[in-house]
Design a protein around this ligand. Sequence first.
Ligand code: ARG
Length: 391
Amino acid sequence: MKKKVVLAYSGGLDTSCCIRWLQDKGFEVVCFSANLGSEFSPGELKKKAAQGGVAKLYVEDLRKEFAEDYILPALKANAVYESKYVLSTALGRPLIAKYLVDIAHKEKAEYVAHGCTGKGNDQVRIDTTVKILDPKLKIIAPLRVWELTSRESEIAYAKEKKIPISTTQKKIYSIDKNIWGISIEGGMMEDLRNAPDEAAYILTKSPDATPNKPEVVAIEFEKGVPVKVNGKKKAFLEIIEALNQSGARHCIGRTDLVEDRTVGIKSREVYEAPAAWILIRAHQELESVVLDKDTLNFKQIVGLRYSQLAYQGLWFSRLRKSLQAFVEMTQEKVSGVVKLQLYKGNISAVSRESGHSLYRKELATYGEEDQFDRTDAEGFISIFSLPYRER
Ligand code: ARG
């Protein structure tokens, strides 16, 4: 019997070449394609896979699962890597790897494969997740071992082997897109002296094409979960889609980051993530009024470590799950409405309202209604500063 491999298949050049390469190595190839919110055409994928002699193709729309089980937990943690990356690509990988493992089990395959390059984060995320979930599965990453080291050589290989590929056109940028954000790298942006290329952006309007009037969005949370936008109840996935549209109109959520990859390389990536930045900001604004000082401050430390774990693909690790348990505990009172203004690439807070607010105007005010006992302050400061005075 032929050895069987389950390949994570996008329909692009890399994975199309992977199919044939694996077949030539004697494998029966089963493919799995996941829709996480990229341009996705099941019909196109089926056609190409059939032409490529794929034994079986699994196509799964995972947008809801991605939103609810990966993005939402990360939002509650306000997970942002190196201050600028909302982890869109990173959060999708463990989900894809989990399905690879599940399908391998269903198909009784001993091998899984993917089209990640040998110098990126995604290979680390997928391999590590597979190893956590089933250490017995063998992983094949053709791009780490084959001789096709450039796009040109892959195109030549595809031509030689008559592999159906949609375009031979030179792609300028490497792009990864899902509902939480878009990652764009390569081309002239590899030179750090160059500003990002306006033409590289896919979703957001350029700053000079944005409306001259701000837009206010009201986001309601229940225990840390966004449940309404502008008073309308929506599923989390729909909220993300709606805010991506509003944010994109106002050029919200562009970042340009020189980031530290898990494999040690510094690389430059440009991101577009309107909904993610709007939701994280709204969530933080609400937490600022309902969480006590110690919890809020410690949660920031947790969020930082959490984002590193998510970045490295350690989603299914004990530590990430334990930090998640902490984060979930902090969300009990995170209910209320935050209004944000979107304008010319900026998000600003308009209002924060919650039945659990710890803000007390009568304590904060400089007006007549002041209830704070200022005569206590002197004694407090005397004791507070004692160790420093002794020094
Ligand atoms: N730098 C991002 C990450 O490591 C995105 C990687 C994929 N980027 C791309 N342009 N294909 O998560």
